[in-house]
Design a binder for this molecule. Structure first.
Ligand code: GTP
Ligand code: ZN
Length: 208
């Protein structure tokens, strides 16, 4: 197995090099065992390559475990902008750590730059979502990890992250309530402490 494929298709996630390879063979043998355990024949034509496919898919879906998120926001600019910057509807695709089933939806990320007026590239916010989402996750942790890293690295006056997702573990199995969306939020700094700033950000987020 070539090393780039073992890491991820491109070898990069969130614009950052994926650090370690994944043990594809180990995933393959585990998937083969699962297929046998659920009553399938892993040697039938349609399933013969499935363990290897799932291994490559998992290498991709969990590549965020092998990327250092603090390397995503390295580009910052002087912009002399001290008001809210908000990127809405950033696609989120993650895997629930309880059932290893997907949850998907959108993230809205806003921040008020620090007094130095430094901002980051807009795409970096989406890249940060990607790195944290490609791990076994719960929505709440995904949400606070994004907010906390922005606070630490960008040194802004405030951060707000709102995530809305549908969880396949609630739609396809268990309670089977398709279409329900879970909304979580994390607010930090001025956006937590100042009701007017928070209300302004929330109204922009909820407008869509
Ligand atoms: N808070 C939170 N819960 C989640 C998330 N994803 C899945 N869950 C929940 O995790 C819980 C796991 O509950 P358990 O009782 O241990 O597992 P279970 O028997 O499969 O639960 P059911 O889904 O109710 O059938 C479920 O209530 C899921 O809905 C998430 O991102 N955040
Ligand atoms: Zn789940």
């Amino acid at each position: 197995m070539d090393h780039v494929a073992a890491r991820l298709v491109s070898g990069k996630l969130g614009g950052v090099e994926v650090e370690r390879n994944v043990d594809l063979k180990r995933i393959e043998s585990a998937v083969r065992e699962i297929l046998i355990a659920v009553g399938e024949d892993p040697d039938r034509d349609g399933l013969r390559k499935t363990p290897a496919r799932v291994a490559r898919a998992y290498a991709e879906l969990f590549a965020g475990l092998r990327v250092d998120p603090s390397r995503v926001l390295t580009t910052t600019f002087e912009a002399d902008h001290e008001e809210l910057v908000l990127v809405r509807d950033i696609e989120v695709m993650s895997m629930c750590e309880h059932h290893l089933l997907p949850f998907h939806g959108v993230a809205h990320i806003g921040y008020i730059p620090g007094h130095d007026g430094r901002i980051t590239g807009l795409s970096k916010l989406a890249r940060l979502v990607e790195v944290y989402a490609r791990r076994p996750q719960v929505q709440e942790r995904l949400n606070s990890q994004i907010a906390d890293l922005l606070m630490t690295q960008l040194n802004p006056r405030g951060v707000i992250v709102v995530i809305e997702c549908e969880h396949m573990c609630m739609s396809m199995r268990g309670i089977q309530k398709g279409g329900s969306r879970t909304i979580t939020s994390a607010v930090r700094g001025l956006l937590r402490d100042d009701a007017k700033s928070r209300a302004e950000a929330m109204s922009l987020i909820l407008r869509g």
